[in-house]
Design a protein around this ligand. Structure first.
Ligand code: SF4
Ligand code: ZN
Length: 751
């Protein structure tokens, strides 16, 4: 490591630890040692400190130990004439810096000074509130991204720290990252000006939905991304707090992160970078600095200097693109970009973008018009590959803000295509169209609702581009292994619309009947999903027609299609074998498969019981089902619910306890739609056992639960199930259930 950088980092570390110490004295004097120290909506305390040392900081009085620990890691600043440092010293100081920074943020939360308020930017709405920076990413969001990080759709994150050369460059940097589905984390400033200001001035939408998270305009808030990295090891990697070395190794190989320092670098930035380097995250600077060559701590170079104006390129936008390219190469990330011939940026980072009424050029479906989408398998000779046809007028013939009818018909052919896959493919339309910047897609089938914003229309986006997107995506990886030919027809002509809509509706109801008829008894094979083993090595999802994967992303048909697409992939058919216990849902096939593929960690597994050999849980379940013995029933907490539950734990706490590939009788992670299955814990009494459920679930699936209640013979069951609005403890739960005469109270004992 160059002496210059090492010296700066060591100096920065000494200063920030000193600052933490002083702030701590002040905070203790003002607020007292029992004042709570807590990052909001996370179960991991101060995550970097927790991950490295196992210390559970929850109040100001816990912080002196952290600051002491940081002090021990410090080294003196090398004197001018001496030249012996120093990677080791600088890295120790880097870790000390992270501890000090996290302690400072903990104190600031205790003092009400975090998250940071951005004056004059009420348009900024984040998890931190309206007009506030985000603060730490909450556990719910970490998990929501989890599955994408697991399956590689989201390659990693890039922290942009400081201030870009111009607003235009700032926007370009972010767009290049979004295009590659890389999470963008923002922090820091140069002389008071931050890339966060730059992006807000350019009207870029920041927040979880667009994958761009503004943490704060100071350097210290760069600690939040490192907390995020630490928590992903704890959440998905089955790592334990205090396993500092394992956590760093995990991050080095699993979490593809890099930092891009924009503008001048001061001592604190060097010190923070030294901390990030110990995670294996390299830093790239757009200014002239001495470089650090590979030594093995990071996989490639540690620090790279790429002075912005020296980058070859015809203009700043091209230079920005190359800079991002470098960040990605340095980290060794393989990123695929879908090249789609449309006039707007394209990538899943745009999926969450909304089109508000005022920005809208045209809409299809919703309240004022109708839109449907229908994908069908046809004979290869009946279609022309790549043909995109618009039947009827385009939207530029209509006024701004118009509502139009639209039908999207996709016809595909392929040797490995099956009728069953139509619905699997059709569901992709939502993701494919949403990924275009300026397009919002909601719903499916004949309740689709699509909006296009004015910016996209001004750039020349037209209906034919829906066709371009759909064709390119279905003919791209991985779908091209089942789709050999595809043709797209876009229909706005009223007569044609009517004809096709009727036809599509007929098919939708045929499909409904067919899916309802798909039961665990009627199929030969279940499917495995072992995608999450990269994070939770003993976890196997067994997926049957009546029980989908616990993340909610894969049902039986999806797995069947995925197996066709990739025969050696994570979704393998599991022949059911002998039915050992129909009540519990125990088959010889799944038992053997799970035993073998869990590294022999799991001996037995059942499909329908939470008490007897339940399925394992990785980190990404949509809901947690947990037995409440006192109530003779179970509670169901959804990922979206941050509140306290009668079990005395929040969702995050439970996820930490029961995830990571463990099998825990009495606890089970499940996908939402399993709750509505007749096989939902049927061995333990079924849905009538549910005594408490997050209100989010009740409100987001009212029709589905109504049907379940009727099927289970207690039509008003949902009203007799408590939720967090009235009941937060087990003491409150029992009288509430008696008052509402809940059926579980008179059922056989659950344990
Ligand atoms: Fe992970 Fe199971 Fe979802 Fe597969 S189905 S991605 S193993 S949670
Ligand atoms: Zn998982």
């Amino acid at each position: 490591m160059s002496k210059y950088i090492a010296t700066a980092a060591i100096r920065g570390a000494n200063n920030i630890v000193e600052e933490a110490d002083q702030l701590l004295q002040k905070a203790l004097a003002e607020k007292g040692p029992d004042t709570p120290v807590q990052f909001p909506n996370t179960a991991y305390y101060l995550p970097v400190v927790y991950g490295f040392t196992g210390m559970e900081v929850s109040k100001l009085g816990d912080l002196p130990a952290v600051v002491e620990h940081a002090k021990k890691l410090l080294h003196p600043v090398p004197r001018g004439s001496l030249w012996t440092p120093y990677l080791g010293e600088a890295l120790d100081c880097g870790v000390a810096t992270l501890f000090a920074e996290e302690a400072i943020m903990g104190m600031k939360y205790a003092l009400g000074e975090q998250p940071e308020k951005l004056d004059g930017h009420s348009e900024l709405v984040t998890a931190g509130g309206e007009g506030y920076c985000n603060g730490p990413i909450d556990d719910v969001q970490l998990r929501a991204w989890g599955i994408q990080l697991v399956d590689g759709r989201m390659p990693g994150f890039c922290a942009l720290i400081g201030c870009a050369k111009s607003n235009e460059v700032a926007v370009q940097l972010v767009r290049e990252l979004q295009r590659r589905n890389i999470l963008v984390f923002l922090s820091g400033n140069v002389n008071g000006r931050s890339i966060i200001h730059q992006l807000l001035e350019e009207g870029v939408e920041l927040g979880y939905d667009t994958y761009i998270i503004p943490f704060g305009t100071d350097t210290i808030s760069t600690i939040y991304p490192l907390g995020f990295a630490t928590r992903s090891g704890l959440t998905f990697g089955g790592l334990k707090p205090g396993q500092a070395r394992e956590n760093l190794i995990y991050n080095k190989f699993r979490v593809f992160a890099s930092a891009l320092a924009l503008g001048e670098i001061d001592d604190l930035k060097y010190a923070t970078a030294a901390g990030a380097i110990s995670y294996g995250f390299p830093a790239i600077a757009d200014t002239v600095i001495p470089e650090i060559l590979p030594t093995g701590v990071t996989e490639f170079e540690h620090v790279i200097s790429m002075p912005f104006d020296d980058i070859e390129g015809k203009d700043d936008l091209e230079r920005a693109e190359k800079l991002i390219q470098k960040c990605i190469e340095v980290r060794g990330v393989k990123v695929q970009i879908a090249e789609i011939p449309i006039p707007v940026p394209y990538g899943s980072a745009f999926e969450g973008e909304r089109v508000r009424k005022d920005d809208m050029r045209v809409e299809f479906g919703g309240k004022k018009s109708r839109a449907f989408e229908y994908l069908r398998m046809v004979d290869p000779d009946d279609i022309e590959d790549g043909k995109i046809e618009l039947v009827g007028p385009d939207f530029d013939e209509f006024d701004e803000g118009a509502a139009m009818d639209l039908g999207i018909v996709i016809e595909v052919a392929g040797r490995k295509m099956q009728k069953d896959f139509e619905s699997v493919l059709e569901r992709q339309i939502h993701y494919f169209l949403n990924a275009a910047s300026g397009v919002q897609h909601i719903g499916q089938r004949d309740i689709a609702w699509i909006r296009i914003n004015k910016m996209a229309a001004d750039k020349g986006f037209r209906l034919e581009h829906f066709g371009e997107i759909l064709y390119a995506r279905f003919k791209g990886d991985p779908w091209n292994s089942i789709v050999d030919k595809a043709q797209v027809t876009l229909i706005t002509d009223p007569e044609e619309m009517k004809k096709w809509l009727e036809l599509a509706r007929g098919v939708y109801s045929e499909r409904n009947v067919r899916v309802a008829g798909l039961t665990d008894e009627t199929v030969e094979d279940f499917y495995s999903c072992t995608l999450c083993q990269s994070f939770a090595p003993t976890h196997v999802c067994v997926i049957s027609p009546q029980r989908l994967g616990l993340c909610g992303a894969y049902n039986w048909l999806d797995c069947k299609a995925a197996h066709q697409i990739n025969p050696t992939g994570p979704n393998q058919p599991i022949p059911k074998g002998e039915n050992l216990d129909p009540q519990l849902g125990r088959w010889s096939g799944p038992e053997e498969f799970v035993h073998q593929h869990s590294n022999q960690a799991v001996e037995h597994v059942t499909m329908y019981s939470i008490m007897t050999d339940p399925m394992t849980a990785c980190g990404c379940f949509e809901c947690m089902v947990l037995v409440i013995p006192e109530a003779n029933g179970v509670m169901i907490v959804s990922r979206e619910d941050p509140s306290m539950t009668p079990a005395g734990m929040t969702f995050s706490t439970m996820a930490g306890m029961f995830g990571g590939g463990l099998q825990t009788p009495g606890a089970m992670g499940v996908g939402k739609y399993y709750l509505t299955s007749p096989k939902f814990i049927s061995a333990d009494g079924g849905f009538n056992r549910v005594v408490w459920m997050s209100s989010f679930l009740k409100e987001s699936m009212p029709e589905e639960f109504k049907a379940v209640a009727e099927r289970e013979g207690t039509p008003d069951l949902i009203d007799r199930i408590a939720d967090e609005r009235e009941v937060m403890t087990v003491e409150e739960l029992l009288p509430w259930l008696e008052e509402h005469n809940h059926p579980a109270l008179t059922m056989d004992p659950i344990m």
